[in-house]
Design a protein around this ligand. Structure first.
Ligand SMILES: NC(=O)c1ccc[n+]([C@@H]2O[C@H](COP(=O)([O-])OP(=O)(O)OC[C@H]3O[C@@H](n4cnc5c(N)ncnc54)[C@H](OP(=O)(O)O)[C@@H]3O)[C@@H](O)[C@H]2O)c1
Length: 300
């Protein structure tokens, strides 16, 4: 297949690019001019609104992952970049795809389980309502920005991705230094749910969404068993062979990370991958300890 990929320099994009290329697909990367040089690059500037539509013709699928990283201090300017890069970028891409002579049949667009917000023990399905955190509003607007593609006959899958487990970057890589030093621990009460997914299964879910014609709309990309922060902490400590006896109090998390702490570390989001299950996706890493051993290279 001829596949167009945005966000190809990111944690998920790099893994998707490598996997699709290894399977023999022709992958073209839609990247910003300042991004790292790659083979088969097409340039766009999602926020400034520039894109060369002529270069977007004749793709069999589009995988859209681009967006300002949510890591970092959430100043008003950073929050605006988190929102604008996603909403304006998705609008620009989808309006451009909608106006092509030969539109791609499918667009798989990243979204996030942050859509559901802070929901305690409730099990969220794709039918559940939007939450009330900042990231909930961002993800809702981000998904809605794909409307021009949807209304022009492109099958759009909004992949609501959970906390991605990878050694190469993202939240788990950031947690490793304190945990390896034996000063890691639960955050706050540790009762908040964390919906995680191994990087291999994010890549697998994207391929599954491209190939499964019955899938459209929101699709939860999380492993079948969400765990509490306390359970996650224990599992990580045990896989690393380190103690986890130093909890991070809520005030310290807020002091260190500001609003990001409430949206990511302290929010309880327990998500069920109903649509992936119903369409027969088989998780490579459904169990947390097995997933951690695999991504951290600690196989027994
Ligand atoms: N990793 C996770 O745990 C996780 C969980 C839930 C949802 N997601 C979502 O999945 C998508 C991919 O995640 P990721 O972890 O691979 O993200 P990432 O490592 O932060 O990479 C995102 C990519 O987006 C592009 N980008 C960065 N800043 C941008 C900006 N200001 N405007 C437009 N594009 C920009 C860059 O690609 P180029 O340099 O090629 O342009 C970058 O490599 C993101 O939208 C993220 O919100 C990730």
């Amino acid at each position: 297949m001829r596949i167009l990929l945005t966000g190809s320099n990111g944690l998920i994009g790099r893994a998707v690019n490598a996997s699709l290329a290894a399977e023999g697909h022709d992958v073209f990367c839609l990247t910003r001019p300042q991004s790292r040089h790659q083979e088969r690059m097409i340039h766009w500037d999602p926020v400034a609104g520039s894109i060369n539509k002529g270069e977007l013709e004749n793709f069999d699928a589009v995988v859209h992952l681009a967006g300002e990283t949510i890591v970092g201090r959430w100043t008003p300017a950073k929050k605006a970049r988190i929102l604008d890069s996603r909403v304006k970028g998705t609008q620009l891409l989808c309006e451009s795809l909608a106006n092509l002579n030969k539109r791609p049949p499918v667009l798989v667009a990243a979204s996030a389980v942050g859509y559901y917000g802070d929901r305690g023990d409730q099990l969220m399905t794709e039918e559940s309502s939007v939450g009330s955190l900042y990231l909930s509003g961002v993800t809702k607007a981000w998904e809605e920005a794909a409307e021009p593609a949807r209304t022009n006959g492109i099958r759009v899958v909004n992949l609501r991705i959970g906390f991605v487990l990878s050694k190469a970057g993202g939240g788990l890589a950031a947690m490793l230094p304190p945990f390896k030093l034996g000063v890691g621990g639960r955050v706050g009460s540790g009762r908040q749910y964390l919906s995680w997914i191994a990087i291999d299964d994010v890549v697998g879910a994207i391929a599954h969404a491209v190939l499964t014609s019955s899938l459209h709309g929101p699709v939860n990309a999380v492993a079948p068993n969400a765990v509490t922060n306390r359970e996650f902490t224990k599992a990580l400590g045990s896989v690393l062979g380190r103690p986890t006896i130093f909890p991070l109090p809520v005030f310290a998390a807020r002091l260190a990370m500001g609003e990001m702490a409430d949206n990511l570390l302290l929010a309880s989001t327990r998500v069920d991958p109903v649509r992936l299950r119903e369409t027969g996706y088989e998780f490579k890493y459904p169990d947390l300890r097995g997933a951690l051993r695999h991504v951290l290279g600690k196989n027994l």
